[in-house]
Design a protein around this ligand. Sequence first.
Ligand code: FAQ
Length: 334
Amino acid sequence: MYTQAMDTMAPGEGRKAVRSAEEMQLEERFEARIDEGDFIEAKDWMPEHYRKTLIRQISQHAHSEIVGMLPEGNWISRAPTLKRKLILLAKVQDEGGHGLYLYAAAETLGRTRDEMLDALHTGKAKYSSIFNYPTLSWADMGTVGWLVDGAAIMNQVPLCRCSYAPYSRAMIRICREESFHQRQGYEALLTMMQQGTDAQRAMVQDSVNRWWWPSIMMFGPPDDQSPNTAQSMRWGIKRMSNDELRQKFIDATAEQAKVLGVTLPDPDLQWNEERQHYDFGAIDWSEFWRVIGGDGPCNRERLGARVKAWDDGAWVREAALAHSAKQQPAARAA
Ligand code: FAQ
């Protein structure tokens, strides 16, 4: 019966049906590997939606790292001591390195670096909302380390177990460096709070007041407004939801704030004995959507700086390509 039905198909349709049965089998095998906690390598078969989700997340993560160099890079020449300058310089260089590991991981999925950068420069690809806020004082260098890198680590440690192996490997290395970033920020703030002047303590408090809410927005929209979380968790790309990570971060930082001696700017922040978690106040999600929609305090400035850096670097890319073209015949002759 089935063979007769196949006979009635137009040329090519049968082949399509066979291919889709094959695809279904591949998909079943892929899902079974995910269920077993297996890692997927670049050459393995994967559903198109899985590939696209990873390209989106990894490239946006890479963009965040390189745009994230700008707010701190701004303070390298104004660091108060040689020691602080060296630390900040190393940190900003690390962020550039993270961007490179991540672009390389995304390239394994078939997207070129030029395509990814074009998406950033034309505003099609997102980068983390947090880097659209200004760094107004030296204390911001400590607060970015403590809160922004702290939130980044909370989000990124579970990504070390991401089902896509090249991303997972990149994340293991990145997390080691991020933990130094968080510590140096916390230590810089602790020094100002414990050994500083009243004016320095006030500068730290002002900085924490400005960065707290944007930091907890970094985890993304609430789970019930997050279109990608359910599928990404099903595939083992994300291991914890946006809200779960946000809660973990708030629980950890509320305690650290006490040691530091700063007040977090949320009158509703309170330990809930029953939940064994901190309760916190309402987040202004309209601010979040406005910032990721391109209308934050520094969106235009950040994108403008990246586009300018790309344009200014054109001669380096041209020279590197010309050099490599010259080497090729010589290499073949050797
Ligand atoms: N900013 O459905 P979901 C760092 C977008 S690295 C901007 O929940 P998903 C190191 C999201 O893309 C910081 N956009 O999305 C550093 C989606 O839009 P799309 C970056 C955001 O992917 C420190 C839409 O909203 N880290 O800080 C944000 O499941 C200091 C709906 O959201 C990573 O990228 C946001 N905050 O979950 C560097 C980690 N949140 O793409 C320098 C990897 C959400 O559909 C100095 N990424 N959106 O158009 C992730 O874990 C996830 O992608 C989330 C979002 C959790 C960010």
